[in-house]
Design a protein around this ligand. Structure first.
Ligand SMILES: *[C@@H]1O[C@H](CO)[C@@H](O)[C@H](O)[C@H]1NC(C)=O
Ligand SMILES: *[C@@H]1O[C@H](CO)[C@@H](O)[C@H](O)[C@H]1NC(C)=O
Ligand SMILES: *[C@@H]1O[C@H](CO)[C@@H](O)[C@H](O)[C@H]1NC(C)=O
Ligand SMILES: *[C@@H]1O[C@H](CO)[C@@H](O)[C@H](O)[C@H]1NC(C)=O
Ligand SMILES: *[C@@H]1O[C@H](CO)[C@@H](O)[C@H](O)[C@H]1NC(C)=O
Ligand SMILES: *[C@@H]1O[C@H](CO)[C@@H](O)[C@H](O)[C@H]1NC(C)=O
Ligand SMILES: *[C@@H]1O[C@H](CO)[C@@H](O)[C@H](O)[C@H]1NC(C)=O
Ligand SMILES: *[C@@H]1O[C@H](CO)[C@@H](O)[C@H](O)[C@H]1NC(C)=O
Ligand SMILES: *[C@@H]1O[C@H](CO)[C@@H](O)[C@H](O)[C@H]1NC(C)=O
Ligand SMILES: *[C@@H]1O[C@H](CO)[C@@H](O)[C@H](O)[C@H]1NC(C)=O
Length: 860
């Protein structure tokens, strides 16, 4: 008896442990997944991102490096200030013993904290060149916001963007002060999206007593090669939702004056970029606008979508919406006019602006948009195909070493098993499309519920922007301005290190790139046809093999596909809806950059014009990037023109309210899509209908004639059906509990039977042994006899009733001991009798039972 019970006990244990490991396995999956990719990230650690200008033996670490350090001051986190503590050993220097995140710089250990930003020392990247005359000028300014008091600082400017100004750097011995900007850097507009905030919408910030907005907040996690002192992005952290405000000083006579607000959304294909690369001092001070620049979550942390409840996506763009609402609420405090908010930005920033313009959450706030080389209707702006979003998430999951069995497992692994650095630093080409991450359209997903978040926090866009535009779902006063540069895609060539230094593009390379494009987009009907169509469109027919022209055409192809055609599309729809639209096409380079002809006007070259680089101290830009006297007169005039046109648009809704340097814009009209062709300030002119054939090729011809442009991928497997974790756990726990109950019941019955048998031994003997014996005995003897075999087939007909009743656990006393016995002993092979095939092992089983039952018998 002991052995039988022991065996059953083992089964119970086994069942329990199986159950346990199945349920719990969901949790430690990420812990067990081997993380093969580890080395891939280390490759960046040795890269010399930071020039070390002080020739110390110590290389300044970058965010994410092992010995990278940050410190906290009054509850705020600051990255290491590699350049500004050069008289002492810097924080993070491994020669300093025993430091931690709260380290102090005082070598004597007098516990004097490092003061952040400009409070600690003169910060040339925040305050400009150090001059004796500004040292003793007033510095601190304070402003009250909805969240608490904010301390900012004044920056003094020593140049004037007026093109008639006679002052040029070096032309006067004593520098003259021309203006002053109120600057507030690193104001948190949302709770840090860390810990449980990862992969969730931003939350309204809880506020503060006094915030020292005296240094930039960290940039959002992104590939390490875009971060570093020489890139102008000093620090990177998951806690990155900060905005910066540049404001002209309010003059005594103009108290109560409201400045238009310009809200800058940085570009970078939704995977990189930071707000602090755009110094807006000149624009704010000399053109009287309040400029706000923001950070938003990037890459997977900002946009991963599993197309279901586990990660609906859009976190990065919800950040933008939250920042916009913060600005709307606080406009008054900064002297801004909340009814005149203009969004602007290049690339992904322009695309985001277009989405914010039609999103039900923000459309009432956005009254003007300046889209520099980007459109809300571009293929890379918004992912409308759920399977495309899922595919990218899966590719990413694989890359980072997470289980992609289910969306829940993937998200759980990313939430708890990976650092922000690992997630932010992973770069990969998506299998569908050219850029991996983008906002997604809501796909009828029930939004998840979490403590601390509301259902509505998750919503951004339920319909496509095109649909919303056609239904006039935007601010009734909307004005739109768009710009395109002539060689947008040149950076696709210059960013490829293996093509340096001559950037020769041959026919083969060109064809390969077309194929990549065709395959990435699954132009379904006819891959060859699509390839040939694109090749036809972008061949220089007078000399198809001339490499100079092939390169031009390649740049042209990507520019049209990514920027020109989508811009053309949105402009046409807006014009149809009666919105005022102004366009420019940039065909002028910044002369002092001395770029080759084929890439003289790359994507976002406006950046340096709009940030007033020709008039700024070079210290505001990353080390060694510019010289103070490198700019030509044309560069200065262009910079002035751009700042003036943009701010005019923000103020009046018309970029050339009055002529600027003899130039003026004209509104685009239906059938007459006018644009300002900007060669130089002298040789520019209004022209019509920019690249219409090429635009129509991408937005009309390819989709209709060759195949469907929007990639649609059927689900390859039935993956990712699982409910959300808590549901899942509840389900399995209930099943487990039931199973456990059943097993316990069986055990009880057994114990009860054993006890019973002790007293009812007599019945047992008479009842069971002969019966089993007879049945089995008959089987045994009849097996060789064909006649008897047929009877054997008949025999079981009566048997199933018994086995069935046993297996259905009808245990309440109705189950006879004999039935119990039969069930327990024959369960490993209970089907055999029914099939009517007598099996040896089965019989032996019975015999064994019988034998064991015999033991107590003889005992008596
Ligand atoms: C993504 O989609 C491509 C194209 O359909 C397919 O070949 C690939 O296997 C998918 N990747 C994943 C991880 O599902
Ligand atoms: C969402 O659901 C509505 C109604 O249930 C349906 O009409 C619509 O097509 C669905 N949208 C998507 C993107 O599946
Ligand atoms: C870079 O150029 C090489 C050829 O020199 C090419 O094979 C490769 O695909 C290019 N990479 C990218 C990202 O375009
Ligand atoms: C492209 O789309 C078609 C149908 O839309 C599908 O059958 C095919 O598998 C897709 N190709 C790839 C490579 O996924
Ligand atoms: C596409 O073209 C290649 C070579 O030009 C040829 O080998 C292939 O069979 C073609 N495929 C189809 C589907 O026409
Ligand atoms: C290619 O075209 C360029 C510009 O038209 C010309 O300068 C060059 O000589 C041509 N090269 C050849 C090999 O024909
Ligand atoms: C751009 O400028 C170049 C001269 O620098 C000129 O040859 C070309 O025609 C211009 N392109 C357009 C579209 O205006
Ligand atoms: C820049 O603008 C000023 C003022 O209109 C003008 O005098 C000067 O000639 C312009 N310079 C260039 C290079 O266009
Ligand atoms: C200016 O633009 C016009 C029109 O595109 C072009 O024909 C002309 O060559 C350009 N001139 C200069 C100097 O860039
Ligand atoms: C560009 O402007 C300059 C200065 O006015 C003029 O000499 C030149 O002819 C213009 N070029 C063109 C192509 O219009």
């Amino acid at each position: 008896m002991a052995t039988v019970n022991g065996f059953k006990f083992k089964i119970i244990i086994l069942l329990c442990s199986e159950f346990g490991s199945y349920v719990l396995g969901q949790y430690d999956e990420y812990g067990r997944t081997p993380y093969h990719q580890q080395n891939q990230y280390n490759q960046y650690n040795n890269n010399p991102y930071n020039n070390n200008p002080y020739n110390t033996p110590y290389n300044v670490p970058n965010p994410g490096d092992r010995d990278y350090r940050t410190y906290f001051y009054k509850g705020r986190r600051y990255g290491q200030q590699s350049n500004y503590y050069n008289n002492r050993w810097r924080p993070g220097d491994p020669r300093i013993q025993g430091q931690d995140e709260h380290f102090f710089y005082d070598p004597q250990g007098n516990e004097e904290p490092i003061l952040p930003g400009i409070l600690g020392a003169w910060r040339t990247d925040l305050q400009g060149k150090f001059r004796q005359q500004t040292k003793d000028k007033p510095r601190d300014i304070f402003v009250a916001t909805t969240h608490g008091q904010v301390q900012g600082f004044l920056v003094y400017l020593f140049d004037n963007p007026d093109p008639d100004s006679l002052y040029r750097p070096g032309s006067e011995f004593i520098e003259r002060e021309y203006g002053m900007t109120e600057v507030y850097l690193g104001i948190p507009y949302a709770e840090p999206p860390i810990l449980e905030g990862r992969f969730k919408p931003p939350r309204w910030h809880k506020g503060w007593q006094l915030l020292q907005a005296v240094d930039f907040g960290p940039a959002c996690p992104q590939p390490a090669r875009y971060v570093g002192v020489t890139k102008g992005v000093r620090d990177m952290d998951e806690d990155c939702l900060y905005l910066n405000i540049y404001k002209p000083p309010t003059k005594e006579s103009e108290v109560g004056q409201r400045f238009p607000i310009m809200f800058y959304i940085h570009g970078g294909d939704f995977i990189r970029g930071a707000s602090n690369t755009f110094p807006a001092h000149i624009m704010a001070t000399f053109y009287n606008v309040v400029v706000v620049t923001i950070n938003y979550r990037l890459g997977a942390l900002g946009f991963i979508s599993t197309g279901d409840v586990n990660s609906p996506g859009n976190y990065g763009i919800l950040d933008q919406a939250m920042a916009l609402k913060w600005v709307y609420e606080n406009a008054d405090n900064f002297g801004g006019d909340r009814d005149s908010i203009t969004l602007f930005g290049p690339g992904a920033g322009a695309a985001s602006a277009g989405l914010l313009m039609v999103s039900p959450e923000t459309k009432h706030i956005v009254s003007k948009v300046i889209a520099q080389s980007g459109s809300a209707l571009a293929d890379w702006t918004l992912i409308v195909d759920k399977y495309r979003a899922q595919n990218t998430s899966r590719v990413f999951g694989k890359l980072i070493g997470c289980s992609i069995e289910s969306s829940w497992k993937l998200m759980n692994c990313l939430k708890q098993g990976r650092s922000f650095y690992e997630i932010g630093n992973s770069e990969f080409p998506p299998e569908v499309g050219l850029f991996p991450w983008a906002p997604v359209i809501e796909m009828n997903v029930t939004m998840p519920y979490y403590e601390g978040w509301n259902e509505k926090d998750w919503h951004f866009l339920r319909k496509t922007p095109e649909e919303l535009l056609r239904k006039r779902q935007f601010n009734p006063n909307l004005k739109y301005m768009s710009g395109i540069t002539l060689q947008e895609a040149a950076s696709f060539i210059t960013s490829n290190k293996s093509l340096e230094p001559n950037y020769i593009i041959d026919e083969q390379f060109f064809e390969q790139k077309i194929w990549e494009l065709v395959l990435r987009y699954n132009y379904t009907l006819n891959l060859n046809g699509t390839f040939e169509a694109i090749k036809y469109m972008y061949t220089y027919w007078p000399d198809p093999t001339n490499k100079t022209h092939i390169r031009d055409k390649y740049v042209q192809m990507l520019s049209d596909f990514l920027y020109t055609a989508p811009n053309d599309k949105i402009v046409k729809i807006l014009v149809e809806q009666g919105v005022d639209v102004y366009q420019y096409v940039l065909n002028t380079t910044i002369e002092s950059f001395k770029l080759e002809e084929w890439r003289k006007v790359p994507h976002d070259i406006e950046h340096y014009l709009l940030s007033g680089a020709p008039f700024m101290d070079v210290e505001f830009f990353p080390d060694g990037k510019f010289k103070r006297d490198q700019w030509t007169n044309n560069d200065r005039n262009m910079s002035h023109f751009f700042m003036k046109a943009y701010t005019n648009f923000a103020r009046y809704g018309d970029p050339t309210y009055t002529q600027i340097l003899g130039l003026h814009f004209e509104k685009a009209k239906h059938g007459e899509l006018k644009y300002l062709n900007l060669n130089t300030t002298y040789n520019s002119s209004i022209m019509w209908n920019f690249r219409q054939t090429e635009s129509a090729f991408w937005s009309q011809y390819l989709p209709i004639v060759v195949g469907y442009l929007v990639p649609t991928y059927p689900p390859t497997t039935e993956y990712w059906w699982e409910p959300r974790a808590p549901l899942q756990i509840a389900f399995w726990s209930m099943s487990g509990a039931c199973l456990l109950l059943v097993v316990l019941l069986v055990v009880c019955c057994m114990l009860w039977r054993n006890a019973k048998r002790q007293s009812d031994r007599y019945y047992n003997d008479v009842f069971m042994v002969p019966d089993t014996d007879t049945e089995e005995g008959i089987d045994n003897t009849r097996i060789a006899n064909p006649y008897d075999y047929s009877e054997k087939i008949r025999t079981p007909v009566s048997v199933p009733a018994r086995t069935n009743s046993a297996s259905s656990f009808r245990t309440e006393s109705a189950v006879s001991l004999k039935e119990m016995q039969g069930f327990m002993s024959s369960s490993p092979s209970e089907d055999y009798p029914r099939k009517g095939t007598p099996v040896l092992s089965h019989r032996q089983n019975k015999n064994k039972t019988q034998l064991m039952q015999g033991v107590p018998q003889t005992d008596v």
